[in-house]
Design a protein around this ligand. Structure first.
Ligand code: GRF
Length: 194
């Protein structure tokens, strides 16, 4: 299976996904693309010999469709079977999503369906939740709302800030996403609960 990964920044999840696709793993990374040409993850992907592409969304002000058609060029050329959004911070149009629906995954730093959208850790702390976590789901047109493929839960500790909680969750994201991708690439549907 050919996997393309979309990032916007550091790409720590992208790196763990690339590192996991070795040996008897049924998938291999074929592209890392970003909406930000300065995304640090692009250099890390290149260092691992994964082809990269960047389409600056700022070149398409108020033209989401234009940005996406530019992004589609290298993406379709890579002929991916699976697309993984990993720290990708652009909202995709329904049309783009429908093109890949059923084979586009995203990782979101909350226990969906709680806290779709941004600032998930601050919201969980403010709500007095005992737990937080991350979710890997299939991408559908509704933001952060598709079928859940896997989740990981971490405790919220007294004195946690959004930063300390995010760091604790990120460690588990790095375990969850590779596990879910391996399952998904093998065609195994049952959810991964870490
Ligand atoms: C992480 O919090 C992840 O949950 C979210 O983007 C953040 C950065 O991810 N999707 P990465 O280090 O760029 O993979």
């Amino acid at each position: 299976k050919r996997v393309a990964i979309l990032i916007s920044g550091g790409g720590s999840n992208m790196l763990r996904l690339i590192e996991s696709m070795t040996g008897d793993h049924p998938a291999r990374p074929v592209l890392v693309a970003s909406n930000d040409p300065s995304a640090a993850g692009l250099a890390h992907a290149a260092a691992l010999d994964v082809p990269t592409a960047a389409v600056d969304h700022r070149d398409f002000p108020r033209d989401r469709a234009g940005f996406e058609s530019a992004l589609l060029e290298p993406l379709l050329a890579a002929q991916p079977d699976i697309i993984c959004l990993a720290g990708f911070m652009r909202i995709l149009t329904d049309g783009f999503v429908r093109r890949f629906q059923g084979r586009m995954l995203n990782i979101h730093p909350s226990l969906l369906p709680k806290y779709p959208g941004l600032d998930t850790h601050a919201r969980a702390i403010a709500a007095g939740d005992a737990e937080a976590g991350a979710t890997v789901h299939l991408v559908t047109p509704e933001l952060d709302a598709g079928p859940i493929l896997g989740q990981t839960r971490v405790p919220i500790l007294p004195g946690d800030t959004p930063e300390t909680l995010a760091a604790r969750v990120l460690v588990q994201e790095h375990r969850l996403y590779p596990a879910v991708l391996r399952h998904f690439a093998k065609g195994q549907g049952e959810a991964v609960l870490l």
